[in-house]
Design a binder for this molecule. Structure first.
Ligand code: DGY
Length: 330
């Protein structure tokens, strides 16, 4: 692996927690983006031409053409686990390594999936909007009745660290039965990260969709998973079922989901990620039966700090000529 000598230059593309910015600045010649506005393609091209290491994140669209010109950057230390915003083939061809920040965000992201399950089934966003609007006239037995998660089946697509954490929490806290779909055998090195003992693996996404009351997505965004949830598959879910997405927006065909919600093909959805982030299909924003969060999965001070320090650990290892702990394999 190429070794960067002397005090390398690092660009941090967005504001990070103070502790992280200070720790990176202590060791490297850092340039910050104080505006905290995502870099344009032109600005990013300039950064790649002039910087040894880029501490980037999901809002940086690192498309293939950015790697066509001469690139000084040797490492993209991504802040976040998903790297679908980086053209990995083009980066590899340009000799740029990529690292990410797994593990540290598992529990907080799983919490948001759980929150979305509860918010959508129990109509919590709708209830809050109702009260704030001044329309609440008091308690009544049939007001805002949702559906209970207890005893229902949660179908998890993608059984990696986050999917298994959601399974554990939903089974223990909400009494849900778990079925999951994983295209490959799940390898678990730490038993503490296993799914619940009674979780049942199903052989196809179709089987899962037909059996689950709630479907939660935890697979990465790849060309194969783009629009994995489309109109045909939504039709396999029932009119009392819910879809939750905390993974990546383009795994779901957002227009198909909007139509399915409009037509009552499914009962509701809870979303933290969107196909054209930060733009959200306008009709969804006006719908009561969908909960919309602004990509908050890992958004706690503890986790965002841990993510930053993990990105820094990857940079340190790379600069020392060692294999970074979270090197994304090609
Ligand atoms: C992740 O880690 O992938 C988060 O969604 C932020 O990119």
């Amino acid at each position: 692996m190429a070794r960067v000598v002397t005090r390398p230059t690092v660009v941090i593309t967005r504001r990070l927690p103070d502790e992280v910015e200070a720790a990176v600045a202590e060791r490297y010649d850092v340039r910050f983006n104080r505006t905290d506005v995502a870099l344009t393609a032109e600005q990013m091209a300039q950064v790649l031409r002039t910087t040894d290491i880029v501490l980037c994140t999901v809002t940086d669209k690192l498309r293939a053409e950015l790697f066509d010109a001469r690139v000084q950057t040797k490492l993209l230390a991504n802040f976040g686990v998903g790297v679908n915003h980086i053209d990995r083939d083009a980066a590899r061809r340009a000799g740029v390594a990529i690292t990410n920040t797994p593990d540290v965000l598992t529990d907080d992201t799983a919490d948001i999936a759980l929150a979305l399950i509860l918010m959508s089934m129990r109509r919590l966003g709708e209830g809050e909007r109702h009260l704030r609007s001044g329309a609440w006239s008091g308690w009544r037995p049939t007001h805002l009745m949702g559906r209970s998660p207890h005893g229902k089946t949660l179908g998890i697509i993608g059984y990696g660290r986050i999917g298994r954490a959601v399974a554990r929490q939903a089974a223990s806290a909400l009494g849900m039965h778990i079925v999951y779909y994983a295209p490959r055998d799940v390898v678990i090195d730490d038993p503490a990260t296993a799914g619940p003992a009674l979780a049942e693996r199903v052989d196809s996404i179709e089987t899962l969709l037909a059996r689950a009351d709630v479907v939660s997505l935890h697979c990465p965004s790849t060309p194969e998973t783009r629009h994995l949830i489309n109109a045909e598959r939504l039709a396999l879910m029932g009119p009392t079922s819910y879809l939750v997405n905390t993974a990546r927006g383009d795994i779901v065909d957002e227009y198909a989901l909007t139509a399915a919600l409009r037509e009552g093909v499914i009962a509701g959805a809870g979303l933290d990620v969107y196909e054209w982030e930060p733009t959200v299909v306008a009709e969804l924003r006006d719908m009561e039966r969908v909960v919309l969060l602004p990509h908050m999965g890992s958004g706690t001070i503890e986790t965002r700090t841990a993510m930053g320090l993990r990105a820094l650990a990857n940079i340190d290892a790379f600069v020392a000529g060692e294999r970074p702990p979270d090197l994304v394999e090609f």
